[in-house]
Ligand binder design. Structure first.
Ligand code: NOJ
Length: 734
């Protein structure tokens, strides 16, 4: 299939977003392997014209800080191959001045809206292309988020492999529809910032398949151009020279035709990396510009036959094939990271920011109706007084929060803080707004008392470990709000019985103190809304739209409830499959707000579940295609349900399908997400949610057979409004 067809497919699925009856996430079949076959044919022709030094050049970065992008390889004149530009990152063009700061992955995941996520990807891709970026270093699906306090969880889409997989596939298809290579990262087992460059993640075979490899398989199936190997060791061997995971899992089992690029300085040896399956080293030197493991070293290794010529050819061919796959051999813009490329993309940013907001609690105070006086309280209600971009790579927690910190950030082109947007709205309503733009508890009494509503803003922040913010070196040390947020809310709730708590956070916080206050009438989980922070919030607070986000992780009642801790040494992943809701379910722990939870201003009823199935027990038998054995992706069962908006206002519901494997499957989690749909419904209207279950969705990884197996017996099917609010049940048999 050609790129034009891919673009048409993307357009067709965008169009589908307008209809009422919605199918589950993966209706767009990705381009088949034939797109790669054509790209490989061109790559072979080009390869034949390349000298050995050309081949060494195409696989070796030019060195740290030596080019216009965070990663660069030299141009190869003989084949018209450009100086390749690789640039962060997962939410847009890093260091751009004319580009947008898209919403972080976690906010996109929180929308559970595949078409918005696809559009977000397409716009990120369009901006990257406009800046001459050949390869944008995103999306991130590792970390998966096994630790609720993991520093970089917010770069990905949520603590579930299925949700990560669907969102990553849509993002990649979006990015690559613009003719830009996408890199999915970090492969694999990079679940924490602490010791990420020294630790080993020991992950058992079944767990790696069913959790951590899953979204990468979906990414490969969507023809992702490249995969970034991570800093950590996996089962004792560096990820970037790990034959078992790079050659074994990724290239052989998943049939990945693209190239493996190292994380920046994640390469440790010349020959080990080459033989282990890495294809491109970045940035090409260490950060002092000295130690160079490929380049001349690789050349020597090839000359002395320690690395075969065929392996070097394979690396080069993979890189060339990705370039041809995206049709970057003609008409690609020249590199200009500062190009003006924003277009109308902020509409998507506002939509994702807004539809990712999760309403956790509402005892009738929301939506606001022309309040007489509003109190707005908290340092994060206003933009950082030094400017939204004052801190390098967003490495501070001053003022309103839009994203975490680290390499997965961009500069904000503008920033609408909560107070800015509330003030604008209040002016048109004739509402008086009283602001306290600090987190001090002392003045709060006078600001909050007598207000029709007191909106208090709290935050929790995290990021990449090379920056320490207010003592936090990446991973959060606890799940408390920053800046004494609990005390601030307590003080406000003493002065007012009409408190609305708005949380901006990179991940779960423990809400028990806040939850216990009778004055707290609403909790709005506003997540990480980037530059449209205030506008998105006002849309929801005033009911311009009904909130429709659902939690992409579990909010527990205590940190201990999650069962595991960020590791201080190596991590043997002894929790296995039981992370996030899988753990809470297994241990029968009641969370405060479960995975998939979110309220609306309207009500939805679920009815008429229907299940048809042709599923047969047994292992997959198909030939390997990008993503894994082809028959893993065949639909073997279809579940439909009717969803009715039985309330008074327009709204959107996310019916979610959870599957329970039959007892013949060895110790499987009580339930696992295997489908979701977002349905927008007018009051009184009904829609059909259709979930197509693929063979893989019904399978577990059999470590003895080394294959996916559909277990025999009766599967439990649950369709609900969250992981703990199952409204319809049924069974299917294999
Ligand atoms: C290290 C980060 O882990 C990775 O995500 C990023 O793409 C590179 N640095 C380049 O900035």
């Amino acid at each position: 299939m050609h790129l034009q067809s891919l673009v048409l497919l993307a357009a067709a699925s965008l169009a589908r977003a307008e209809t009422h009856d919605r199918h589950d996430a993966r209706q767009t079949a990705p381009a088949g392997p034939e797109a790669w076959t054509a790209a490989y044919a061109k790559a072979s022709t080009a390869l034949a014209k390349m000298s050995q030094s050309d081949k060494i050049n195409i696989v070796t970065g030019v060195g740290w800080d030596k080019g216009p992008c965070v990663g660069n390889t030299p141009a190869i004149g003989s084949i018209g191959y450009p100086q390749l530009c690789l640039q962060d990152g997962p939410l847009g063009v890093r260091f751009g001045t004319g580009s947008n700061a898209f919403t972080p992955g976690i906010q996109a995941g929180s929308t559970w809206d595949v078409e918005l996520i696809r559009q977000r990807g397409a716009y990120i891709g369009a901006e990257a292309r406009g800046c001459g970026v050949h390869n944008i270093l995103g999306p991130a699906v590792g970390p998966m988020g096994k630790h609720p306090d993991g520093g970089r969880n917010w770069e990905g889409f949520g603590a579930d492999p299925y949700l990560q997989g669907v969102a990553a596939a849509a993002t990649i298809e979006g990015i690559q529809s613009a003719g830009v290579q996408s890199t999915v990262k970090h492969f694999i087992g990079n679940e924490q910032e602490l010791n990420r460059e020294t630790m080993s993640s020991t992950i058992d075979d079944r767990t790696i398949h069913e959790l951590y490899l899953w979204p990468f398989a979906e990414a490969v199936r969507s023809n992702v151009a490249s995969v970034m190997c991570s800093y950590n060791k996996v089962n004792g061997t560096w990820a970037c020279e790990n034959d078992k995971i790079l050659n074994g899992l990724l290239k052989n089992e998943l049939g990945f035709p693209g190239y493996v690029v190292s994380d920046w300085n994640a390469q440790h040896t010349t020959n080990g990396a080459a033989l282990g399956g890495m294809d491109m080293t970045m940035p090409g030197s260490d950060y002092s510009g000295k130690s160079i493991l490929w380049g001349g070293q690789l050349s020597q290794a090839v000359s002395s036959n320690q690395v075969s010529k065929a392996r070097l050819d394979d690396m080069a061919k993979r890189i060339l094939a990705a370039w041809y796959l995206l049709k970057q051999d003609s008409g690609f813009p020249r590199i200009n990271i500062k190009a003006s490329v924003q277009g109308n993309h902020k509409e998507n940013i506002r939509a994702v920011a807004r539809d990712g907001i999760v309403l956790l609690k509402n005892s009738g105070i929301l939506p606001l109706k022309k309040p007489g006086r509003l109190a707005v309280i908290g340092s994060s209600a206003v933009v950082n007084p030094k400017g939204a971009n004052a801190c390098v790579d967003r490495g501070c927690n001053t003022g309103a929060l839009g994203m975490g910190w680290g390499s997965g950030t961009t500069e904000y082109p503008y920033f609408v803080a909560p107070y800015d947007a509330i003030k604008t709205r209040a002016q048109s309503d004739g509402t008086t707004v009283t602001l306290q733009n600090s987190d001090s508890t002392s003045g709060v009494q006078s600001v909050a008392s007598g207000a029709d509503a007191a909106i208090v803003f709290i935050t929790a922040n995290s990021g990449e470990g090379y920056i320490t913010t207010e003592g936090v070196a990446g991973d959060r040390p606890n799940l408390d709000p920053w800046h004494n947020g609990n005390q601030l809310v307590q003080a406000v709730a003493q002065a007012s019985q009409n408190v609305i708590v708005v949380v901006h956070s990179t991940g779960p916080i423990v809400l028990e103190t806040i939850q216990a206050l009778p004055g707290v009438k609403a909790i709005v989980w506003a997540g990480l809304p980037s530059q449209e922070n205030g506008n998105a919030l006002v849309d929801v607070l005033y009911g311009l739209v009904s909130p429709s986000g659902k939690l992409p992780y579990t909010i527990g009642k205590s940190r201990n409830d999650y069962g595991i801790k960020v590791s201080t040494g190596n991590d043997n992943f002894s929790e296995g499959l039981y992370i996030d809701y899988r753990h809470f379910d297994k241990e029968n722990i009641t969370p405060r707000y479960e995975f998939g939870f979110g309220l609306s201003y309207t009500n939805f009823t679920f009815s008429d579940i229907s299940i048809t199935s042709t599923a047969k027990a047994g292992p997959a038998t198909g030939a390997v295609a990008p993503g894994g054995r082809a028959d893993l992706f065949d639909t073997v069962a279809t579940v439909t349900a009717t969803i009715t908006n039985s309330g008074a206002v327009l709204g959107a519901e996310v019916p979610q399908l959870y599957l329970t494997l039959p007892a013949s499957a060895p110790s499987a989690p009580p339930k696992q997400l295997r489908g979701f749909v977002k349905l927008k419904l007018a009051p009184g209207a009904s829609g059909t949610a259709t979930f197509n279950l693929r063979r893989k969705d019904l399978s577990y990884w059999d470590t003895r057979l080394q294959n996916w197996v559909v277990p025999s017996g009766s599967f439990g099917v649950g369709v609900g409004a969250s992981s703990r609010d199952i409204r319809l049940t049924g069974t299917l048999t294999a």
